[in-house]
Design a protein around this ligand. Sequence first.
Ligand SMILES: NC(=O)c1ccc[n+]([C@@H]2O[C@H](COP(=O)([O-])OP(=O)(O)OC[C@H]3O[C@@H](n4cnc5c(N)ncnc54)[C@H](O)[C@@H]3O)[C@@H](O)[C@H]2O)c1
Length: 340
Amino acid sequence: MKILVTGGLGFIGSHTVVALLEKDYDVHIIDNLSNSSLSVLEGIAKITQKAPSFYNFDLRNEEKVDAFFKEHDDIDGVIHFAASKAVGESVENPLLYYENNINALVYLLKNITKLNHKNLIFSSSCTVYGEADQLPITEEAPIKKAESPYGNTKQIGEEIISDTCRAYDNFKAISLRYFNPIGGHSSTLIGELPIGTPQNLIPYMTQTAIGQRDELSIFGDDYPTADGTCIRDYIHVMDLAEAHVVALERLFGSEKDGLYEVFNLGTGKGSSVKEIVDAFEKVTRQKLNYKIVGRRQGDVVAAYADTEKAKDVLGWQTKLTLEDALEAAWNWQIKLKEED
Ligand SMILES: NC(=O)c1ccc[n+]([C@@H]2O[C@H](COP(=O)([O-])OP(=O)(O)OC[C@H]3O[C@@H](n4cnc5c(N)ncnc54)[C@H](O)[C@@H]3O)[C@@H](O)[C@H]2O)c1
């Protein structure tokens, strides 16, 4: 079966491409390399001994999107990862986020709705819940006003997809709300490759431990949690990749017109930033330089997933541990340093 993966050279996309190729899907990647590199394609090929087809263009270019689908009208499913994802940047440059995360989605949808097989998996985020009233967070939790333009693009994206499902026969879609993806492939041939200063905890942590950055800043230790630092649900990217294949196969197996579902993808376990620092030091035997600084705007106190729906309906749950993920992230960082 022929699958289009947008953003397939990015962090989560590349690991999902590996999972798809390992199940013999015919994978086509569109990526404009705005937050990735061609070396990822080589990594994917080395791991799988297969070469996905790669198209380097920007999904904001509607003509190019249309031309792609004209040539590939036999696509069976689309997984849409491509987006801008830095919360802080979205506050400073909201229009870039609305253009990249919304326009590109609409151009894709206009084409998917013309295909014989209209199947879409959308990368959403736990950010749609904001500061949830109850933990763990179920898919029924109310969607609150977004804390940032980035979060808003995920809320709007889900609404656009849900409306499209209602309007078109045979259009089926699943939105996957990721919690905090970390780690990398055990081969160290692909991993998280942040361009510039990392916005997420783990790459900042591994870059600090390897000596690329002086110290890690922990944003606030006065939150109402046991040790005062924020709590998140860290999920190994390999588990996350697997979930995409399972979700895609659910769409393929479903006869239901207008199917639209959302699933949380997390481990169900929350870890505080300090717990992550401790676990990282233990797994890697590295001492981490860190300091406590003020709270960061827009950070919620705690977020971790209720995983029951994914377990019951998708039959999917995480298999790898936090320690596995931290070790993979660290090995990947060492590999990057060696190549430097
Ligand atoms: N990483 C996280 O913590 C996280 C959490 C929740 C949701 N998500 C969502 O998951 C998806 C993938 O995230 P990721 O961490 O792999 O990000 P990433 O930046 O590593 O990957 C995104 C890829 O899309 C490409 N891209 C971006 N805009 C494009 C465009 N206009 N045309 C073509 N290619 C384009 C980039 O070059 C990059 O390779 C995103 O939609 C993100 O919002 C990520």
